[in-house]
Design a protein around this ligand. Structure first.
Ligand code: IPE
Ligand code: IPE
Ligand code: MG
Length: 241
């Protein structure tokens, strides 16, 4: 789908992507799984460009889940190093394009200090940018995020009857991020895999069989097109319905 085929007044504010299918993409070509992750970089930055072109203001991508530590040690190491490499290699161009880089996820002992430093540098460098906020979910789990929010609320000593949905939302990793309007998952898997559990209560979900390394901005525009055909009711009734 081309960008000009979309309704410019109906562009989602926040798109979240589960970048899935890298390993299978590589295996189908007789390559090691890690080559699939490498090939996913082009898809990711084409999607960033697509968001800039379309005027999407928030993009969140699932880079590494709290469950991904279960993978073979070499793959985990590759993913950590690769994320660091991408941050170093891309942060200046993202900065020039007006992209604000942020991170969500648990900063526990398993995440190397050096990667955390790179994350902080990239966030600091780009913090004044407003064109697109690009959030990378690393060592992220939706349940872990809710647990961490509950811990912070409990530690604040607030009275239980004062706790509302707003209280929880305010204690998420990045309370500024609006709930996603559209969640895209590639590679033909129809599940959420612990992504943004609290935030996607009313998100529109879009699934495609394309593996992440083959996904490009035109495919993102397809997803937006489908989104524009949806009727979001938020529990109410459609106007005129
Ligand atoms: C998604 O691709 C990337 C990460 C989870 C980091 P996968 O590595 O899950 O690829 P498949 O699903 O095994 O094909
Ligand atoms: C979700 O994909 C996590 C990321 C894309 C980072 P997985 O490949 O880890 O999810 P499952 O195991 O298929 O549910
Ligand atoms: Mg997968």
């Amino acid at each position: 789908m081309r960008l000009d085929a979309l309704d410019p007044s109906g562009i989602p504010t926040h798109i979240a992507c589960v970048m899935d299918g890298n390993g299978r993409w590589a295996q189908a070509r007789g390559l090691p799984r890690t080559e699939g992750h490498r090939a996913g970089e082009e898809a990711l930055f084409d999607v960033v460009e697509g968001c800039l072109e379309a005027g999407v203001e928030w993009l969140t991508v699932y880079a590494f889940s709290t469950e991904n530590w279960r993978r073979p040690r070499e793959e985990v190491k590759f993913l950590i190093d690769f994320n660091e490499e991408i941050l170093l290699g891309r942060r200046d161009e993202l900065h020039e394009r007006g992209v604000r880089i942020r991170f969500v996820g648990r900063r526990d002992w398993r995440v190397p200090k050096r990667l955390i430093r790179r994350m902080d540098e990239a966030s600091e460098l780009t913090r004044r940018n407003r064109k697109l906020t690009f959030t990378i979910a690393f060592n992220y789990g939706g349940r872990a995020e809710i647990v961490d929010a509950v811990r912070a609320i409990a530690a604040s000593g607030v009275k239980p009857e004062k706790i509302s949905e707003k209280t929880i939302a305010k204690h998420l990793y990045d309370p500024e991020i609006p709930d996603p309007d559209l969640v895209v998952r590639t590679s033909g898997e129809y599940r959420i895999s612990n992504f943004l559990l609290w935030e996607l209560a009313y998100s529109e979900l879009y699934f495609t069989d394309l593996p992440w390394p083959d996904f490009r901005r035109e495919d993102l525009f397809d997803a937006i097109h489908h989104y524009q055909e949806r009727d979001r009711r938020f529990g109410g009734v459609a106007p005129g319905g």
